[in-house]
Design a protein around this ligand. Structure first.
Ligand SMILES: NC(=O)c1ccc[n+]([C@@H]2O[C@H](COP(=O)([O-])OP(=O)(O)OC[C@H]3O[C@@H](n4cnc5c(N)ncnc54)[C@H](O)[C@@H]3O)[C@@H](O)[C@H]2O)c1
Ligand SMILES: O=C(O)C[C@H](O)C(=O)O
Length: 331
C-alpha cells in the first residue's frame, strides 16, 4: 500500500463536503490503493458541526482513511497537502447570479491562496468549487505565486456532466455512450455547452451527435439554455444549491487530473493561454486531456461563427469579473 497523501477539503461542514468526503475517503478519487489523510477546514463557528462529520467519517470504518484533521486555521489545513478541494464559500440563493457572490467570496480565495503558498506542497493540485469558481481560482493562483498557475483549476465538470446527461436522454442511450461534449468559458449562465464535436454510440456504431439529433435549433437553443440554467433550476426546486451532483463532479475532476483521461476529453477551468482566441490570464473552461498529472488543451477544433460569439461573450464576462475581483482584493 502507498504512503497516505494529505488532501484538504474546505467548507468541510457544508453540504457539498457532506457527499464529497465519503467519495474521497472511500477511494473513488485517488484510487483503491491510495490511503488519504483528510484535512477539514471550516470557519470557527462551524467546529461543532465539523466534529459530527469527523465522528461520521470514523463510523464509516473506511480502510483507506489514514487520519482526519479538523481545523479552522487555513495554514494548518493546507500543510503539505497534495490535493485541495476549495469548496468553502457562500452559495447563491434563488434569483441571484453566481457573480453576485463575488464580493462576499473572493476574499476567502485571496486568503487561501496566501495560505496555500506558505504551507502546501508546490505540486498541489487545486480545484476551486466555491462560486464564482473561475474568478475565485484566478485570485487564489495570483496570491500563491510559488505554485505553478497550471495547478489551479475551476470546476465546470458539473456542467459537462449535465450536458452529457441531457444529450443521452434526448438520444435515448446510456450517459457513458455520449462523449466529447465541451463546456467553454465561465461556470455561469454565459457558459457555452457545445455539442458540435460530440459523438454517441448508437446500435454499436459511433456517430456525430449533430447528425443523430438532426435539430440545430435544439442544439443551439434549448440544449444550451437548459445546461446554462440547470444550477438555478436545482435551487428553485431544492431551495438549496446542488450538492450531490457537485460533489460527484468534483470527484470526477480530481480523479481525472490525478489518474489521467487517456483519449477522453473533459472540461476544466484553467488559466487561459489565449487558445481559441480567448482572453489570456482568466480562468476559462476548455476541453482538455490529462496525462501523468498534466492537463493539455485539445487543439485544432473548428470554431463556427455561432461558437465564436458564444466563446467571446463568456470570455468578456470573465474579463469583467477579474477586474471586479482585483478591485475587491485591493482593500
Ligand atoms: N462550481 C460548481 O459547479 C459548483 C456547484 C455547486 C456549488 N458550488 C458552490 O460551492 C460553494 C459551497 O456550496 P455548499 O452548498 O457546500 O455551501 P454550504 O453553505 O452548505 O457550505 C459552505 C461551507 O463553507 C464554509 N465556509 C465559509 N467560509 C469559509 C472559509 N473562509 N473557510 C472555510 N470554510 C468556509 C461554511 O461555514 C460552510 O460550512 C458555494 O459557493 C456554491 O455556490 C459550485
Ligand atoms: O448554480 C449554483 O449557484 C450552484 C452551482 O454552481 C451549480 O451549478 O449548481
Amino acid at each position: 500500500m502507498a504512503e497516505p497523501i494529505r488532501v484538504v477539503v474546505t467548507g468541510a461542514a457544508g453540504q457539498i463536503a457532506y457527499s464529497l468526503l465519503y467519495q474521497i475517503a472511500s477511494g473513488a478519487v485517488f484510487g483503491p490503493q491510495q490511503p488519504v489523510f483528510l484535512h477539514l477546514l471550516d470557519i470557527a463557528p462551524m467546529m461543532g458541526v465539523l466534529e459530527g462529520v469527523v465522528m461520521e467519517l470514523a463510523d464509516c470504518a473506511l480502510p483507506l482513511l489514514a487520519g482526519v484533521l479538523p481545523t479552522a486555521n487555513p495554514e494548518e489545513a493546507f500543510k503539505d497537502v497534495a490535493a485541495a478541494f476549495l469548496v468553502g464559500a457562500m452559495p447563491r440563493k434563488e434569483g441571484m447570479e453566481r457573480k453576485d457572490l463575488l464580493a462576499a467570496n473572493v476574499r476567502i480565495f485571496k486568503e487561501q491562496g496566501q495560505a496555500l503558498d506558505k504551507a502546501a506542497r508546490k505540486d498541489v493540485k487545486v480545484l476551486v468549487v466555491g462560486n464564482p469558481a473561475n474568478t475565485n481560482a484566478l485570485i487564489c493562483s495570483k496570491y500563491a505565486p510559488s505554485i505553478p498557475k497550471e495547478n489551479f483549476t475551476a470546476m465546470t465538470r458539473l456542467d459537462q456532466n449535465r450536458a452529457q446527461s441531457q444529450l443521452a436522454a434526448k438520444i435515448g442511450v446510456p450517459v457513458k455512450d455520449v462523449k466529447r461534449v465541451i463546456i467553454w468559458g465561465n461556470h455561469s449562465s454565459t457558459q457555452f455547452p457545445d455539442a458540435s464535436n460530440a459523438v454517441a454510440i448508437v446500435g454499436g456504431a459511433q456517430k456525430s451527435v449533430s447528425e443523430i439529433i438532426n435539430d440545430d435549433a435544439y442544439l443551439k437553443g434549448a440544449f444550451v439554455t437548459t445546461v446554462q440554467k440547470r444550477g438555478a433550476a436545482v435551487i428553485a426546486a431544492r431551495k438549496m444549491s446542488s450538492a450531490l451532483s457537485a460533489a460527484k463532479a468534483a470527484s470526477d475532476h480530481m480523479r481525472d487530473w490525478f489518474l489521467g483521461t487517456e483519449d477522453r476529453w473533459v472540461s476544466m477551468g484553467v488559466v487561459s493561454d489565449g487558445s481559441y482566441g480567448t482572453p489570456r490570464d482568466v480562468v476559462y473552461s476548455f476541453p482538455v486531456t490529462v496525462t501523468n498529472g498534466k492537463w493539455k488543451i485539445v487543439e485544432g477544433l473548428t470554431i463556427s461563427d455561432f461558437a465564436r460569439q458564444m466563446l467571446d461573450a463568456t470570455g468578456k464576462e470573465l474579463v469583467e469579473e477579474k477586474q471586479e475581483a482585483l478591485d475587491v482584493c485591493k482593500d
